[in-house]
Ligand binder design. Structure first.
Ligand SMILES: Nc1nc2c(ncn2[C@@H]2O[C@H](COP(=O)(O)OP(=O)(O)O)[C@@H](O)[C@H]2O)c(=O)[nH]1
Ligand SMILES: Nc1ncnc2c1ncn2[C@@H]1O[C@H](COP(=O)(O)OP(=O)(O)O)[C@@H](O)[C@H]1O
Length: 185
């Protein structure tokens, strides 16, 4: 067996709580390295370039894709998102635990290119609760929420493709389970 830690991919519908779980986990375990994606989406209030995302123009995204600089990329609800390849490979080489928080299409691409990746699906306790969280976050206008809920139906149906499912009832519990899967604790 190789000593290199496996890449872990966390996926799940928009609004299920991925960012919340990851932020909670990294507060206590900052050694978990989270990849910062490039996106053409506009920043939400409080989001910082280089911290939450690298916010890029359409032209910049075209270049990243054309130059093969992304490990995977996808269009999600009208914007493009991608994982910078070099940083991920560098961290894995160093033996650090690496986490990607990406959508279903991205998770599928990672499965193809890195067969030992661990794919984790974050599921909502119920459909009603997912709608409540996505709406309650208050960061998107109604038509964007609609688009994301449409995408969520497809994402939920893909759960069996993942190695593990964690149900996000309690942020603390899920963060602990994810750390255990990653062999961090
Ligand atoms: N394929 C892919 N998906 C990503 C990447 N970065 C973020 N995403 C996903 O894109 C979707 C939308 O992200 P975002 O606009 O930040 O909304 P939020 O996840 O609802 O807060 C989510 O499912 C993210 O996990 C990436 O680099 N690649
Ligand atoms: N376990 C939970 N219980 C209740 N609310 C939660 C839970 N996890 C996340 N939330 C809330 O749900 C909303 C969406 O969470 P967020 O982390 O932004 O989702 P995602 O990154 O998957 O789109 C936020 O308002 C967040 O505070």
């Amino acid at each position: 067996m190789s000593e290199r830690p496996r890449l872990t991919v966390l996926s799940g519908p928009s609004g299920v709580g991925k960012s919340t779980v990851v932020a909670h986990m990294r507060k206590e375990h900052p050694e978990v390295w989270l990849s910062v994606s490039a996106t053409t989406r506009k920043p939400r209030p409080g989001e910082q370039h280089g911290v939450h995302y690298f916010f890029v123009t359409d032209e910049e995204m075209d270049k990243l894709i054309a130059n093969g600089e992304l490990l995977e990329w996808a269009e999600f609800a009208g914007n493009r998102y991608g994982t910078p390849r070099a940083a991920v490979l560098e961290r894995l080489e160093k033996g650090e635990p690496v986490l990607l928080e990406i959508d279903l299409q991205g998770a599928r691409q990672v499965r193809e290119s890195m067969s030992d990746a661990r794919l984790v699906f974050l599921a909502p306790p119920s459909w009603e609760e997912l709608v409540r969280r996505l709406t309650g976050r208050g960061t998107e206008p109604p038509e964007v929420i609609e688009r994301r809920l449409e995408a969520a139906r497809t994402e939920l149906a893909a759960e069996p493709e993942f190695d593990t499912t964690l149900v996000n009832t309690s942020v603390e519990d899920v963060a602990r389970e994810l750390l255990a899967l990653m062999d961090v604790v």
